[in-house]
Ligand binder design. Structure first.
Ligand code: FES
Length: 80
C-alpha cells in the first residue's frame, strides 16, 4: 500500500460526502420579485459582497411573502 492510498482512507468521509450542488443561474430564489440565482451572483460580484442585506437592498428580496428568506438555508450555500 502506498502513502497516497492511506491518505485517501483518512479522507474517506470527506470523499463520500456529497458537495453542495450549485444552482443554475435561471433558478428563481424570490418569486415575488423575480430574483434569480444569476441576478444574485451578478450583483454580489459587482458589489464584492454576499450577505442577506446586500441582496435585500438590491432586490427587495423578502419584502413579499418572505418564503425566500424562510428558505435561505436551502439555497444560500448553493449560490457560490
Ligand atoms: S418569494 Fe421572496 S418575498 Fe416572496
Amino acid at each position: 500500500m502506498d502513502k497516497e492510498f492511506f491518505s485517501q482512507i483518512d479522507r474517506v468521509e470527506e470523499l463520500l460526502t456529497p458537495q453542495a450542488e450549485k444552482l443554475d443561474d435561471e433558478v428563481l430564489i424570490c418569486e415575488c420579485f423575480c430574483v434569480s440565482v444569476g441576478d444574485i451572483r451578478e450583483a454580489c460580484k459587482e458589489l464584492g459582497a454576499f450577505d442577506l442585506k446586500t441582496v435585500q437592498d438590491n432586490f427587495s428580496l423578502g419584502l413579499g411573502c418572505q418564503s425566500c428568506i424562510k428558505q435561505i438555508d436551502s439555497w444560500a450555500h448553493k449560490i457560490f
